[in-house]
Design a protein around this ligand. Structure first.
Ligand code: FNR
Length: 185
């Protein structure tokens, strides 16, 4: 049956490089895989009182239900101050609670970091991997996806056109597909 990949992007801005890289990658999945972007922009900041008092915001409840639909997660994120943007961390936190009801766990995942700079979001990439360990996402180890100098690899339509980068994105997607097939039941 078709496997559904939830794509989570760690940037909210319209012209986000990360969003564009994610969109290019989404098109590379083979038949039998369906991709969907998961919105994280309407999630109230996590406040444990709201769960403890059994009055979670509607946005949290629908987000948590939505996460159950996916067979795997692909995270495509920029780096903010050498770490994960707060909006992405908040989404991870909201989906991990209430205690004992983590909605991310037991599924394969992939991390892609994106930056206009040369360090390619390395800090965010590895902070994110640390969080995914605790959330029990089976994160693909290799190949690692660091997309640097991103402003130079997207054309005016937001497409990756140079063959080297396109080949690299295909390698990441194909490896992730193999990883999903290997790790999902
Ligand atoms: C940044 N940026 C950035 N870039 C980077 O490579 N390492 C970093 O630590 C940071 N820190 C940082 C902090 C904050 C608050 C902002 C707003 C930006 C620059 C960042 O990579 C750039 O704005 C990207 O365009 C953001 O990704 P999207 O929105 O294009 O996907």
């Amino acid at each position: 049956s078709t496997k559904k990949i939830g794509i989570v992007v760690g940037s909210l801005r319209k012209e986000s490089f990360s969003k564009k890289i994610a969109a290019n990658m989404a098109e590379l999945f083979p038949e039998g895989f369906e991709t969907e972007f998961i919105a994280i922009d309407k999630l109230d900041m996590y406040d444990q009182d709201l769960d403890d008092e059994n009055r979670p915001p509607a946005a949290w409840t629908s987000f948590r239900e939505q996460l159950g639909q996916y067979d795997a997660f692909m995270f495509v994120t920029p780096e903010y101050n050498r770490s994960v943007p707060a909006v992405l961390k908040n989404a991870l936190d909201v989906g991990s609670r209430p205690y004992g009801q983590n909605k991310w766990g037991g599924k394969p995942g992939a991390v892609v970091s994106v930056s206009p700079g040369a360090i390619s979001g390395f800090g965010a990439h590895h902070h994110l991997r640390q969080v995914l360990v605790f959330l029990d996402i089976y994160t693909m180890q290799q190949p690692e996806a660091y997309i640097g100098n991103v402003a130079n690899i997207l054309d005016s339509e937001g497409k990756v056109t140079n063959e080297g980068t396109l080949d690299f994105l295909k390698l990441i997607v194909n490896s992730f597909v193999d990883w999903i097939n290997k790790t999902s039941n």
